[in-house]
Design a binder for this molecule. Structure first.
Ligand code: KG4
Ligand code: ZN
Length: 358
């Protein structure tokens, strides 16, 4: 069965993994950079690229060791080449190109967002099981993206909607700063919200946009939370001051507001999924991928949905390389390999195996 090495460096996780036959994860190494970015309250691209350069080679060695394999035993090298921070992507792409060239193995270039959705396959433990519940709705919810697709396979995705401003994960990260919940923001806010009760505070707004829109918007929710925590600003622009600081709220008030934020941020995702189901009556399943699907509230709501909702196991929600190596099997089977000079691309969208937009 084909053994594929996956490499992932699109943002602030340096990851390498070996996956057999697209399904069995033989190893999955993720080196996070959270401590490097914490002081800045967000990912600093230049620092991320430098850390990838230091961490990638050890991650690849660890992935091979854990899988009990040598480089020569691999059948292909896969890399997430789009979308992401360009400097970060370039580190992974260069490493994958060098390995493929020196080992004379095929190179496979993978779209990071498609790979997030492919990660639901790791939910199925049966090695020869093939997920076939298409057409499906695919929702990618991460720090950089909130995108909804109609999927007829893991590689054929029609975009239906996306965020017009902040991504849901980004909104989580900013909300965590507003509430002083800690870093990284998403998991910290999730933990705080679990201690709170949303019914103790007035609900925060859910932005549905126009009646038929499948796009998302999170900037209004973020601003509403800011004003709820600190009061309406006095003055405008740089001169503006707030009526109070977050420290003036009690721990209970902060937790209740976190719960209200969580209810609105996650609730609107499910509202939009329901809207998409009204538009398409042939949908057989919903697939959700990306860092935010590690969220406790989302996982609870997903279990009560009318349709089967598939989520990756917890460790494959946030960025990882197993999803890259797994997705690559789809292309390996069809002998769809990338050129050795494949580009790194900052944006998402249709893209050939040469890495250029099509
Ligand atoms: O997919 P991912 O690892 O990276 C991107 O491709 O962006 O997603 C990271 C995002 C971050 O914004 C993080 O705050 C969010 O996922 N996240 C969460 C949770 N765990 C991670 N958001 C809400 N609740 C969580 N438990
Ligand atoms: Zn991601």
């Amino acid at each position: 069965m084909p053994l594929i090495l996956g490499i992932e460096t699109s943002c602030d996780e340096t990851a390498a993994a070996v996956v057999e036959d697209g399904r069995s994860v033989r190893s999955s190494i993720v080196a996070t950079q959270h401590d490097l970015h914490e002081a800045y309250g967000g990912v600093v691209p230049e620092i991320a690229s430098r850390a990838h350069l230091e961490n990638l080679q050890p991650a690849i060695t660890a992935a091979l060791d854990e899988a009990g394999l040598t480089l020569q035993q691999l059948d292909a090298i896969a890399v997430g080449n789009r979308p992401g921070l360009i400097g970060s992507l370039l580190i992974g792409v260069s490493a994958a190109q060098s390995l493929a060239w020196s080992l004379d193995k095929p190179l496979i270039a993978i779209d990071h967002l498609q790979a997030h959705l492919y990660a639901v396959n790791f939910e199925f433990r049966i090695s020869n099981f093939e997920f076939q519940d298409f057409p499906a709705l695919g929702l990618v919810i991460s720090g950089g993206h909130t995108s909804l697709y109609r999927m007829t396979s893991f590689t054929q995705l029609e975009p239906l909607g996306r965020t017009i401003d902040d991504a849901v994960g980004e909104a989580y990260d900013k909300a965590a700063v507003i509430l002083g919940a800690g870093y990284p923001g998403g998991p910290a806010l999730d933990r705080l919200a679990q201690q709170g009760d949303a019914s103790n505070v007035e609900p925060l707004p859910r932005s549905m946009l126009e009646a038929d829109s499948l796009d998302f918007s999170y900037s209004g929710l973020k601003t509403a939370l800011l004003y709820r925590v600190r009061g309406h600003p006095i003055g405008r622009g740089k001169e503006a001051t707030f009526q109070r600081s977050a420290e003036e709220l009690s721990d209970t008030q902060r937790a209740d507001l976190a719960a209200a934020f969580q209810g609105a941020a996650i609730g609107v995702l499910f509202d939009k999924l329901r809207r998409a189901l009204q538009r398409y009556d042939d949908i057989r399943a919903i697939l959700i991928g990306g860092g935010v699907c590690a969220n406790s509230h989302l996982r609870k709501l997903a279990a009560s949905f009318d349709l089967p909702v598939h989520l990756p196991p917890q460790q494959y929600c946030v960025d990882n390389a197993a999803m890259i190596a797994g997705m690559a099997y789809e292309f390996y089977q069809r002998r769809k390999f990338a050129a050795l000079n494949v580009s790194a691309v900052a944006t998402t969208g249709a893209c050939g195996q040469d890495g250029r937009a099509i």
